[in-house]
Structure formats: structure tokens, C-alpha cells
Design a protein around this ligand. Structure first.
Ligand code: 5GP
Length: 176
């Protein structure tokens, strides 16, 4: 099945970036031409034929997937970045990390009020990053159609967090 094929194409690195973490590495999926195409096709499949204005991709792996998704859906692409990387006027959103906090930004004029937007990243864990992106997008009036990720770590609660905000979540594979 496509699910098994994708799981096999994802590499797991123990103790990265810190001891006790099992890092799910999608570079092995991306360099596998079939797996990359299948992942993108499967992600966009529910939205094919509907009018999506913009794909918002989260730095950095969300840029790679989001660009491919935008092309497939004939949508634009908008980068959501770590603070200090975007050149024009931005809106920003702070979010909590395990230790401390971080800030993500988007260009203020990137999304017009009422535009239909799909949020894309490679993986959802606690949902902290995606939750901040949802707030950022809604603050400029985006109509968020869905949030799409290749990988869900359901035990960390990210999907539930987004669904509480009435954001439909699409994921392709889960890791315990
Ligand atoms: P969250 O904010 O949901 O806790 O973490 C998700 C964010 O961290 C995403 O931007 C994702 O790219 C990154 N991330 C966290 N853990 C992993 C992992 O095991 N593999 C990959 N590829 N990204 C991860």
C-alpha cells in the first residue's frame, strides 16, 4: 500500500537532535522519486478540482512539499518563516516550546482576506508550530481549508489541537 511504501521511505534517526528523540527523516522520501510523487499526489487528492488560492508552507521542509502541492493545485505559495528572515513588513506569532518560546512570521500582504489557504508541513508533533501558523493566517483573514502533513505523531496531540480550532487535518502515515 502507499502507506507502507511511504513508511519504508522514511528514515528514523535515534537521539537527534537530542538524546531520546526518534527523528523521522524525510530526506530519504524526497530523494525517492516515486515516493515523493505519491506523497504529494496523496496529500492533494481531496482538494483536486476545488479552488485553493494559496499554500502556506512552514520553514523549512514545508517549503519543499508546499511548493509541489501549490504546483499540483495551481495555487500560489506563501512562506511561513522563523523570525527575521522575511524582507518586507510581516505579521508575527509567538508560540511555546518545551523550553522557552519561538516566533514565526509571514509577509503582511501575502494573503488577502477571504482567500482559501492550505497549510503544509512535513510532520505534526505537538502541533505548536501549526497552531501558531493557523493564528497567523486567520489574523490576516485566511479561510483555512485544511492542514496537511505527511507524518502524524498522534501521541503528541497536534492533530487534536488543530481540530479543536476547526481546522481539518490530513496526514498520510502515523508513527507511535
Ligand atoms: P510541533 O510544533 O508539532 O511539535 O513540531 C513540528 C515541527 O517540528 C515541524 O515543523 C517539523 O518539521 C518539526 N519536527 C519535529 N519533530 C520532527 C521529526 O521527527 N522529523 C521531522 N522531519 N520534523 C520534525
Amino acid at each position: 500500500s502507499i502507506r507502507e511504501e511511504l513508511i519504508e521511505s522514511i528514515r528514523t534517526i535515534p537521539d537527534y537532535p537530542s538524546k531520546g528523540i526518534l527523528f523521522r527523516d524525510i530526506t530519504t522520501l524526497l530523494k525517492d522519486a516515486k515516493a515523493f510523487r505519491r506523497a504529494v499526489d496523496a496529500l492533494v487528492q481531496p482538494y483536486a478540482g476545488s479552488k485553493i488560492d494559496q499554500i502556506a508552507g512552514i520553514e523549512a521542509r514545508g517549503f519543499i512539499l508546499g511548493g509541489a502541492v501549490a504546483h499540483q493545485l495551481s495555487a500560489g505559495f506563501v512562506p511561513v518563516r522563523k523570525k527575521g528572515k522575511l524582507p518586507a513588513a510581516t505579521v508575527e506569532q509567538e508560540y511555546e516550546l518545551e523550553y522557552g518560546s519561538d516566533v514565526i512570521e509571514m509577509h503582511r500582504d501575502a494573503i488577502q482576506s477571504g482567500e482559501k489557504v492550505i497549510l503544509v508541513d512535513d510532520l505534526i508533533a505537538t502541533g505548536g508550530t501549526a497552531d501558531a501558523a493557523v493564528h497567523l493566517l486567520r489574523n490576516v483573514g485566511a479561510d483555512i481549508v485544511a492542514a496537511c502533513f505527511i507524518i502524524d505523531l498522534p501521541d503528541l496531540g497536534g492533530r487534536a489541537k488543530l481540530e479543536k480550532l476547526d481546522v481539518p487535518v490530513r496526514t498520510l502515515v502515523e508513527f507511535p
